[in-house]
Ligand binder design. Structure first.
Ligand SMILES: Nc1ncnc2c1ncn2[C@@H]1O[C@H](COP(=O)(O)OP(=O)(O)OP(=O)(O)O)[C@@H](O)[C@H]1O
Length: 256
């Protein structure tokens, strides 16, 4: 039996400690004959600085896994913990984990800069500092000229980059992106992914992206595969993977 963990009091000292640790984590929706097992007992870790693509067809459980990792949902069996973040409550967890969704979900009456600054203001960051951090985040995403525009004055790709800036302005240690390019054409999606990866790298933030697009997955880095709620990982020999699921796949293997 492992020693009990005390995430609420664990300082972020050991940079090798996983940001996310899934131990036999499962999620079943519904009950009885209508129950759907979206994710079967998964074991995996996300180390600091990792760049992981979770690839799989529609309905394979990618979003469910991402929501469990983000703390937006709870496993119905097993455990998901965040030992490397040193936090024990959802509010503080949200400051360390940024989530990018498929659509940008910007608030229509606020400018791009105000959208980016808003979560900082809610976090209690003083207005001047929040505005400066929003400007820096927008510049990091190549949007310095567009801060005063309203969301409906932005293209889909620009709006998604604002959504990425909004996440990165909080300086998360982990960015979880759920099909972040799913609503964009290929070239725009490639640009958004590229600036997301570049900006996260500048902040030394780990990135985990779900996608059904093998091209997006190759761009991200290490590939994990999901099928029918089960995770198929490469052998863990470089510190970017973790204990593998029931099936193993050699490194560098091509998509199924
Ligand atoms: N709220 C829910 N209630 C019932 N079943 C759900 C719910 N959310 C997801 N599911 C089911 O769980 C399974 C996994 O869904 P999930 O959205 O995690 O897959 P996905 O790989 O992200 O799919 P997509 O690529 O289409 O977003 C699917 O069978 C789905 O129908």
């Amino acid at each position: 039996m492992d020693a009990p963990e005390t995430p609420a009091t664990t300082a972020v000292r050991d940079t090798g400690t996983p940001l996310v640790h899934c131990e036999n984590a499962a999620r079943t929706y519904g009950r009885g004959t209508g129950a759907v097992v979206a994710v079967h007992g998964l074991n995996c870790v996300v180390p600091p600085g990792a760049r992981i693509a979770v690839v799989g067809p529609s309905g394979s459980g990618k979003s469910t896994l991402l929501h469990l990792m983000a703390g937006l949902d709870s496993p119905t069996a097993g455990r998901v913990s965040h030992p490397g973040l040193g936090v024990g409550d959802a509010e503080r967890l949200a400051r360390h984990i940024g989530v990018v969704f498929q659509g940008p979900s910007l608030l229509p009456p606020l400018t791009a800069a105000e959208n980016v600054a808003l979560p900082l203001r809610i976090d209690g960051v003083p207005e001047d500092e929040a505005d400066t951090r929003a400007r820096v985040a927008l510049a990091r995403l190549g949007l310095e000229e567009l801060g005063r525009r309203l969301p409906d004055e932005l293209s889909a790709g620009q709006a998604q980059r604002v959504a990425v800036a909004r996440v990165l302005a909080r300086r998360p240690r982990l960015v979880l992106a759920d099909e972040p390019t799913g609503q964009l054409d290929r070239e725009t999606g490639r640009q958004v992914l590229s600036v997301l990866l570049g900006a996260a790298s500048e902040l030394s933030a780990a990135v985990l992206v779900t996608t059904h697009d093998p091209r997006v997955a190759r761009e991200v880095g290490v590939r994990w595969y999901m099928a029918d709620g089960r995770l198929i990982q490469p052998e863990s020999d470089d510190g970017t993977g973790g204990p593998a699921g029931p099936l193993r796949r050699s490194r560098g293997g091509e998509e199924p």
